[in-house]
Ligand binder design. Structure first.
Ligand code: SF4
Ligand code: SF4
Length: 116
């Protein structure tokens, strides 16, 4: 499970797409499913059948992986559902992260006014 942290941290996303290639689940809330299905002009049933699988703990749904292991929604290094991307994606790394994330995220330690 991701660790939650209350500490403010320095981070400015560099849009490198690395976190969209990491192993693990891209967990979906019910609200995520509703919003993403609508954004893709799919019924929720069709969205689930096409793009979802069970989370590894079998407690909910995750987006599936592409053949190369990246998230199925990563397209030309950008998220094709950016306006409605899952809460888990929006919350990293400020609301959850994991030990060593700073070594895997080029945005770690950057200040808002720093140039990428
Ligand atoms: S790994 Fe970090 S810098 Fe790269 S896209 Fe993800 S959050 Fe942004
Ligand atoms: S849904 Fe978008 S932001 Fe989230 S892991 Fe997939 S490609 Fe990345």
């Amino acid at each position: 499970m991701p660790e939650h942290t209350a500490e403010p941290l320095l981070h400015v996303c560099q849009r490198c797409g690395a976190c969209c290639r990491w192993e693990g689940d891209v967990c979906l809330t019910e609200e995520d499913i509703t919003a993403i299905a609508a954004y893709l002009h799919l019924t929720e049933e069709d969205f689930i059948n096409t793009y979802c699988r069970l989370q590894r703990n079998r407690r909910g749904l995750s987006l599936i992986d592409a053949e190369d292991g990246a998230c199925i929604m990563l397209q030309e290094n950008a998220c094709r559902i950016q306006p409605v991307k899952p809460q888990q994606c929006r919350d990293f790394p400020r609301r959850w992260n994991f030990p060593g994330w700073e070594q895997r995220c080029p945005g770690a330690g950057r200040k808002e006014d720093a140039q990428p």
